[in-house]
Design a protein around this ligand. Structure first.
Ligand code: FAD
Ligand code: DLZ
Ligand code: SF4
Length: 507
């Protein structure tokens, strides 16, 4: 008897586990555009267009290779709008032995799928996601009995286990981590290569019309659209990165330049997260560039660390800690997300630039997400639920498994320090050092207090002061409490007053 193989929108890899032992004479592959997936949060228009186009192209490729694919478009009048509804509809037409699906990447969907066996009265086989290098069970084993997890130790294990950048059981170059060589401020006159610009074919055009008609009220600009939507094109993005950007990736990993949304980053997260690219091929391409002498170790190690380290680490934490992780709010942050996160309408230039680029591209690079958007949300005490929803909506690479640990764990310290050893809090001088945003800002980054002072400056101290009970014991920031305590009481009062005025103005 035949199997029904369900392929979800972020599982667009021919080597995916659900397709193993596929039998062309019996099995049916189901892919569906699901209203529920598109609207359970109101995803950025560009993100929807990207994913639907990538899904349609993937289905076309499978059909071309004679796979038996049933692809349900969003505007199919019989579309029931959900994964379960579409599976059920197919079960009513044909008898299957079993439903096969690769482990969904989000807890919400996994919980749904787990109920189908009972509800639909058919065996459901959930296969491990073979696109990650560390299985969820291996991660739990590694994490077991550790009170605090640290990415660095996980990363070293992954390097050894996968034999990446290793020589005789030692790290190539003699060091595991070149983080200190990943922090060059931007310099004038950098010639940053243009990002990949994909062609819009008929499939993408059709999807774009659909998105502009049906999702007009969603955040973000649909045009110009330039993402790759096939594996072949995504491989070109990777090649272009290795040839043109990797060389400087390490030096300028933490740098931000006004008007340069893409910097020397790789822009492959969209493709990795939906399956068009696979982690090992990206890692091997970078390792090869080091061996060929075309990219330095600080770039290659830095890039590989993001993929084999951070990406796998946050996924491990997600599956270890869900569902409780999504309710964490260690610092009891309650403020609503300011409206300017949707409009960019703020006098704070770093925020305004980053938000407008996000609106345009459905992309911002890591340091903008971390030190501008994240730092502000942390210091202003924004409610983690609202921050998480915003990050899930706006980025084309966002799925809960990767977005949630980065937001609740990395930027908001909402998990109390499980993922990161200290809050990534900083005043304006850090942003000034790593960017040129402050030059064009209405606020003065050098001023600590007063109406025209950079808000990050007083909000930083106010944040520490406000969260003293929960943070003062953290060894990595206890020093900053000593600095605050040495300030005279008048200065401390001014910090509190400026912060109060500013935070009230957000409401
Ligand atoms: P590069 O800088 O070129 O890095 C290469 C690859 O490393 C990325 O493509 C990505 O796959 C991986 N990577 C790097 N950092 C991380 C990280 N912290 N966690 C997981 N993978 C990482 N990444 C997502 O893929 N989806 C998200 O929803 C997401 N949300 C984030 C939210 C916040 C608050 C922060 C601070 C980071 C978030 N990241 C997320 C991580 C990171 O910012 C993006 O992966 C990166 O900006 C994607 O751009 P790139 O491909 O040019 O990355
Ligand atoms: C993100 C997304 C969107 C916007 N649309 C669809 C869709 O129409 N069909 C689909 O199969 N997947 C979509 N996705 C990706 C899913 O949300 C993702 O596969 C699950 O969250 C994985 O658990
Ligand atoms: Fe951002 Fe402050 Fe610099 Fe303005 S002065 S760009 S608010 S860091």
């Amino acid at each position: 008897m035949s199997n029904l193989i369900l392929i979800l929108g972020d599982q667009l890899s021919e080597s995916i586990s659900s397709l193993k032992e596929y039998d062309p004479d019996r099995d049916v592959i189901l892919m569906c555009e699901a209203w529920e997936e598109i609207t359970y949060v109101k995803h950025h228009k560009k993100k929807i267009a990207f994913l639907l186009s990538a899904m349609r192209h993937f289905a076309a490729l499978l059909k071309h290779k004679n796979y038996n694919v049933k692809y349900i478009k969003l505007d199919n009048t019989k579309n029931t709008k959900s994964f379960k509804g579409e599976v059920k509809r197919l079960l009513q037409k044909q008898i299957f032995k079993c439903i096969i699906v690769t482990h969904p990447s989000e807890y919400r969907v996994l919980e749904d799928v787990k109920c189908w066996e009972k509800e639909l009265n058919i065996h459901v086989e959930i296969r491990q996601d073979n696109r990650f290098l560390c299985s969820t069970s291996d991660f739990s084993l590694w994490a077991k009995d550790r009170k605090q997890l640290r990415m660095e130790f996980f990363y070293r294990e992954m390097r050894k286990k996968n034999d990446i950048l290793m020589q005789d059981n030692n790290p190539i170059g003699g060091q595991w981590n070149y983080d200190t060589e990943n922090r060059k401020p931007p310099k004038d006159g950098l010639k940053i290569p243009l990002p990949y610009i994909g062609k819009i074919d008929d499939i993408t055009q059709e999807v774009m019309s659909l998105v502009s008609q049906r999702f007009e009220d969603h955040f973000g600009d649909l045009e110009p659209f330039y993402f790759a939507v096939t594996r072949a094109d995504a491989l070109q993005v990777l090649d272009q990165f290795i040839e043109q950007r990797l060389n400087h990736f390490g030096d300028y990993q933490d740098a931000m330049i006004q008007g340069e949304a893409w910097m020397y980053h790789s822009h492959i997260s969209f493709y990795l997260n939906c399956g068009l690219l696979l982690p090992l091929e990206c890692i091997h391409a970078a390792e090869e560039a080091y061996k060929n002498g075309t990219a330095p170790i600080n770039s290659v190690e830095g890039f590989i660390r993001q993929i084999i380290g951070w990406r796998e680490y946050v996924r491990g934490i997600y599956w270890l800690k869900m569902p409780k992780y999504s309710d964490e709010n260690f610092l009891d942050a309650k403020r609503s997300l300011p409206d300017f996160y949707w409009t960019g309408n703020t006098k704070m230039n770093c925020l305004s630039q980053t938000i407008l680029e996000t609106k345009q591209n459905s992309y911002a690079h890591h340091i903008q997400r971390l030190m501008v958007l994240g730092n502000f949300a942390l210091l202003a005490g924004i409610n983690p639920k609202e921050v998480n929803e915003w990050f899930l909506v706006v980025y084309a690479d966002a799925y809960e498994w990767v977005e949630l640990p980065n937001v609740s764990g990395m930027i908001l310290f909402a998990d109390g320090g499980y993922l990161a050893s200290k809050p990534y809090a900083a005043g304006g001088s850090y942003i000034n050092k790593m960017s040129n945003y402050c030059k064009n800002c209405s606020y003065k980054v050098t001023k600590k207090n007063g109406i025209d002072a950079c808000p990050f400056n007083y909000l930083y101290w106010n944040f520490l002061d406000h969260n003293r009970v929960k943070l003062a014991g953290n060894q990595r920031i206890s020093m900053m409490y000593k600095v605050f305590d040495r300030m005279d009481t008048e200065k401390q009062a001014t910090i509190r007053e400026d912060s109060e005025i500013f935070l009230v103005s957000l409401e």
